[in-house]
Design a binder for this molecule. Sequence first.
Ligand code: SF4
Length: 358
Amino acid sequence: MLPEKYKAISDEQAILKIRHLKALLGKDVFILGHHYQRDEVIQFADATGDSLGLSQEAAKINSKYIVFCGVKFMAETADIVTADNQKVILPDLAAGCPMADMANEYQIQKAWDEIAQVVADISNVVPVTYVNSAATVKAFCGENGGLTCTSSNAGKVLDWAFNQGKQVFFFPDRYLGTNTAMRLGLKDKEIVLWNREEDFGGLSPEKIKTAKIITWDGYCPVHKRFESANLDLLREKYPDLRVIVHPEVPESLAIQADEIGSTSYIIKVVSEAPDGSIFAVGTEAHLVSRLAKEYPNKRILSLNVPTCMCATMERISPQNLLWILESLAEGKVENQIIVPKNIKEKALIAINSMFELS
Ligand code: SF4
């Protein structure tokens, strides 16, 4: 927990001190920053990215300490893909992800056992977990012939499974699973939703057997709040409007968007658009306002007003970062994220299978 003395430090003071400490610690420390981090923090990132980009980046870093300005599952992934002598640090241990918390390994195992009772051969079902999940859930996939995916490569992963005639059990995000499956041309009846509160997901044996994808009923509370209610108004006001959304938004909105893609994809589309372009963006508020500042010659609007911010990402403050760096300068490691070895090995199988595909 952040020591009391840091709470009295202003953002401005913290920023000055972080600048000094970063220079002092040099190459020993590498700071990774997710796109949803606030500006005061992300300015210190040595690399920025989405979940896929940051896990690929983490695997290449040689620094002794990796400070992950993101949420817990990301820091766990970094610990899994880095060497044993490297230490991964999360500046606030309370920075979790509500979506990741909607599926634990016990719930997934129970559902898996129930699916196995219904289908003819469970080895024809591929468990796929979005990287926004606990290391133990990734380990479950590694142990059962499955893999991880991100919002950037979910299409490739599902395509790979369907091309082998496999069924997919997808968790924890129902919307990423559904939106991706729909974009691959699956019909409504081929996509079923597993209700984690009910035995057999509340589904009949017939539905489980005939589904091409069974999606868990988790969701991102930030992206779920985006609605299509504003769309008509915005389109009327700006006839040239391009609507671009993250695949964690509900499918009722996703089908009305002009484009759908990961945060990296959204950044790419906005940055490459000609001056004068107008976008309504359906993703986290910090990223949308950063894009608006970076591209003043384009009009970047949030699809929702008020905007939707990720409160757990917001927990990483300049004061937290300062505490971590000051501790390192004093030879102390605070908030290290350690994934147990047996979980690490199994989770790595699932992560490496994803890397091979993407
Ligand atoms: S934006 Fe959503 S999925 Fe991402 S960390 Fe926040 S709650 Fe989790």
